[in-house]
Design a protein around this ligand. Structure first.
Ligand SMILES: Nc1ncnc2c1ncn2[C@@H]1O[C@H](COP(=O)(O)OP(=O)(O)OP(=O)(O)O)[C@@H](O)[C@H]1O
Length: 335
């Protein structure tokens, strides 16, 4: 399987006739961060559940760390780390104790676990809180502890199901920093998310999933180029100069849908960073002074809208996350 740590081929899952996952295929290269991006209910948790051997696929196959999830689940489990959506820590114990117990349950030698704990807590920025009971931890600290804990067995791939769900913006950023640190160290990460900014910031490649199907796959840049490109705004001294530049660009075939709005030329570009210098050269050669150049790149939400006609941003979903998380963890609302 070469450099691929996860290979899914036509994976399927039906729950009593309802097809939650309808034949998804993807490959995750070693040392990369791979994201499954989609709205609530798209089938992300079910897909990750099949990869980590907790959900039995109804069809297709998956290899994780070189082992078939159906035929050799134990070997898969030994080679992966997992962080679930809902915390699975013991809040009466300290971070250190939670790590130690997890390592021992995993069958790792006590000495090796004790050696690794400080380094892993350092990695997630919790070393100085090692001996505090988790009761005093924030949600973000617990999530980071769970990431450290999932790394104890030096997994070939770390699975994170919605790693920042329910966290406040600052706590999310800290989790992002941890994931970026893992990527720099060459740890392979597979994550699910319904946050576009998260997928865009963290992932080398993204599979966009909707209604149990992958509707697009690629690097964030490749996905955004599906939308048709960037919008470039070039502002000159006056409308007359803008008209002149627009004519010139049309002649030279630089950009598409070229129009003029006051002193500004507006055009579409497949790849603005490459086109802009050519536009500036053309303007300079014609003796036109450019005062300002701006461009906007499409977002992953634009990609989702283009592919499905719906927006990925859905406030109701966020409210549902909040409710679900608090109900699951037994925490009181408002805390
Ligand atoms: N055990 C189950 N029995 C029946 N239906 C299920 C079960 N688990 C999930 N589903 C349904 O399968 C679909 C996909 O669920 P899944 O949890 O995989 O989605 P998701 O993309 O992870 O969304 P979320 O982040 O909200 O969990 C949903 O429609 C869900 O209601």
């Amino acid at each position: 399987m070469g450099g691929y740590v996860v290979v899914a081929e036509e994976l399927r899952k039906s729950y009593n006739g309802f097809e939650a996952v309808r034949g998804v295929s993807f490959r995750v290269e070693r040392g990369t961060v791979y994201g499954l991006l989609g709205p609530n209910g798209a089938g992300k948790t079910t897909t990750i559940g099949m990869l980590i051997t907790l959900i039995r696929p109804s069809g297709g196959r998956a290899l994780v760390a070189g082992y078939d999830v159906l035929r050799e689940p134990q070997r898969v489990r030994e080679r992966i780390g997992v962080v679930f959506q809902e915390p699975t820590v013991d809040r009466d114990l300290t971070a250190w104790q939670n790590m130690l117990i997890h390592g021992l349950i995993y069958g790792l030698p006590r000495r090796a676990v004790e050696q690794r704990i400080p380094e892993l807590l350092e990695l997630v920025g919790l070393r100085e809180h090692a001996h505090r009971p988790l009761r005093s931890y924030s949600g973000g600290m617990i999530r980071r502890l769970e990431i450290a804990r999932a790394l104890l067995n030096e997994p070939e791939v770390l699975f994170l199901d919605e790693p920042t769900i329910g966290l406040d913006p600052q706590a999310r950023m800290k989790v992002w920093e941890v994931i970026e640190g893992l990527r720099r160290r060459g740890v392979t990460v597979f994550l699910t998310t319904h946050y576009m900014d998260e997928a865009e910031k963290l992932c080398d490649r993204i599979a966009v999933i909707d209604h149990g199907r992958i509707i697009a796959e690629g690097s964030p840049e490749e996905l955004k180029s599906l939308v048709g490109g960037d919008t470039v705004y070039i502002t000159l001294e006056a409308a007359e100069a803008a008209e002149k530049l627009a004519g010139l660009l049309r002649e030279k075939g630089l950009g598409e849908s070229i129009s003029v709005s006051g002193p500004t030329v507006v055009l579409m570009a497949r790849d603005a960073p490459r086109l802009v210098p050519q536009i500036l050269d053309a303007a300079r050669a014609a003796g036109l002074e450019v005062l300002e150049v701006r461009y906007t790149r499409p977002s992953l939400n634009d990609v989702f809208v283009k592919l499905t006609g719906r927006s990925l941003r859905d406030e109701e979903g966020d409210w549902r996350d909040f409710m679900r998380l608090h109900i699951h963890t037994g925490r009181r609302l408002g805390r």
